[in-house]
Design a protein around this ligand. Sequence first.
Ligand code: SF4
Ligand code: ZN
Length: 315
Amino acid sequence: MKEVGDVYYAHRMRKIVGKEDFLRYFERTVRRTIEKFKMFNRGAKVLVAVSGGKDSLALLYALTSLAEELGIKVIGLTINLGIKRYSGKVAKIAEYHYKRLGLDYLIIDLKEEYGVSLDELTKVRELRRPPCSICGIVKRYLMNKIGLELGVNVIATGHNLNDLAQFIIFSLINGRLEDLSKLTPYVPGVGGLLIAKAKPLAFTYEDETLSYVKAKGLKYLTEKCPYKPKKGLQLYIRGALNYLEEREPSSLYNLVNNVVRKINPLLKGKEEGLGKCEKCGMPSKGKICSFCKVMELSKPKLGLWSQSRKNSSPI
Ligand code: SF4
Ligand code: ZN
């Protein structure tokens, strides 16, 4: 983090700049990423997934600030996963910012809607998945389902350049070329089934998103999710990449840019077809989608619950 007092480090400019210049630089980087990958058409409804952390809040504010220029409508979405002493704080801080910005928003409570929390799902041994894997299935499913219900055109998430660089190295180490082939800042939707996904922060460094929320004086959640791994390959890769960037500036940018532009096009064509889940009608590569499988496996362990959403609130 190269922020000193009221000055901020702009990686792509390779210099320290003042607050106003930094805010302009950050939003310009986001706008250029959006334009380069043709993420939003004019008139698009963009659902922004907000977790209360620095990245999703930087995304929410940057998109709100660019909304008029881009001709888009920003809608906030937060999922209360039911993680004890954590999810409540996430929902509270997200709602504070939605109201502050005057945005339409939706806060979905997993336990209220489906009768089960992430805390409970992590206790189901039959799932044989770590908490973050279950969480990922739940979040992806709900974002898409809610997005379809709201008629949004694109779901935007706050993944930053460091996240993408880490994903690339992790995929390579594990030989997961099919995962790597999906790494792109924009994934088009599949008509009426899968909503397009965009990562407008794909070319902003993690310390820049932190600088942005600080420069704007935003309250954000610094507390980490209790399930976030405290050791392991992903963390070591992240540390190594930061070390590399310190010594060889722009390495991370070049890594992500080259993979997206030159390597991924060579990996295309390995994707499996997409059908509909026989249980819920949502997109699935098999007969039953991962979300329904999680619910089915957990049901006998935790008691029955409704698999369809109950009435929801806001918006
Ligand atoms: Fe979900 Fe893992 Fe993130 Fe916690 S750290 S919110 S469990 S993905
Ligand atoms: Zn399903």
